[in-house]
Design a protein around this ligand. Sequence first.
Ligand SMILES: Cc1cc2nc3c(=O)[nH]c(=O)nc-3n(C[C@H](O)[C@H](O)[C@H](O)COP(=O)(O)OP(=O)(O)OC[C@H]3O[C@@H](n4cnc5c(N)ncnc54)[C@H](O)[C@@H]3O)c2cc1C
Length: 332
Amino acid sequence: MEVFDLIIIGGGPTGLFGAFYAGLRGLKTKVIDVLTDLGGQLTALYPEKYVYDVAGHPKILAKDLAKNLATQSQLFKPAFALGEKVEFMEQIQEGGESIWKITTDKNTSHYSKTVLLALGAGACMPKRLDLAYPEVWEDDSLFYAVKSKEKFRNKNVLIVGGGDSAVDWANEFSILANKVTLIHRRDQFRAVQSSVEEMKHNKVDVKTFYELKELIGEGQLKKAVIFDNRTGNEETLDVDAMVISIGFVINLDFLRAWGLSMDKNCITVNEKMETNLPGVYAAGDIAAHTAKLKLIATGAAEAATAVNFAVVHINPTAKVYPGHSSNLNLTI
Ligand SMILES: Cc1cc2nc3c(=O)[nH]c(=O)nc-3n(C[C@H](O)[C@H](O)[C@H](O)COP(=O)(O)OP(=O)(O)OC[C@H]3O[C@@H](n4cnc5c(N)ncnc54)[C@H](O)[C@@H]3O)c2cc1C
């Protein structure tokens, strides 16, 4: 049985920075993620969007930031178990020591002295349409995430949703698509007001109180029938590409079964990023505390805090404060 010092569940920005930091502190580390690509939400949900609020990067594409984080995470050669969904975690006794046994859907078990939960919003599952359509349309003419903006160039694009993603994509595509229509079932948007205002001035046909009724096409999506949910009036739109951005399915109830204290859908932590379970830490979007901000920057800081306290949990004589990395003379 191979026992790690730290297993990080989640290879998003928080988990990746945590993996780098754990290496810096000399911990034998493994990262587990259900996805096969590293980067969490940056890779799965908005790879082609620019991020402006990460220290040291005035402007960087999310996919490039994810790539840099993945490179940095591998500096101290942690192990990776990708494409494995963690399903259960329990404390077991091994050689007179308590360790954590982590079981995944691949029927494999991983063992560690400490665990960092960097699960984000769970397994990043976008909410799916409840309309029937051929599976081959997905990632071809019907998209739950935009991985390449080029697929929308000169197309008639329909966007469904009223949150940040939907409105941001409407604004971005208004420049490169032939026509952009956004439908939203209400007239209140969850997106930030400035983006909604921008959309109203851009070349976007915004239809509030509209919902999808039917999708028409064979090999590809060709038309969408939409209806006004106040009057029932129907319209048929020519559509070559559609983005569905109606939220995410969040079901983190399984974390309660692991014995974790939760605050709604997040794991309660203290200022050391400790959960209520010994040697188990949480950081990033999944962690709940009174000063919580769900940002890449704060997730990285929380990961560093968690790792430094995990070091002391493993070795009570170690220092929490790591010193400055600039003193390390690393040969990178
Ligand atoms: C459209 C959009 C734009 C954004 N723009 C910005 C921005 O400009 N600036 C900013 O700071 N933030 C932005 N954010 C928020 C930012 O992306 C998140 O705060 C950040 O991704 C959180 O990182 P994380 O590593 O904690 O979680 P995530 O990125 O969600 O990563 C969690 C990882 O855990 C994995 N996982 C979950 N459950 C399991 C399991 N059971 N087993 C194995 N693996 C599992 C997931 O597959 C995922 O890879 C944006 C978010 C969205 C949706």
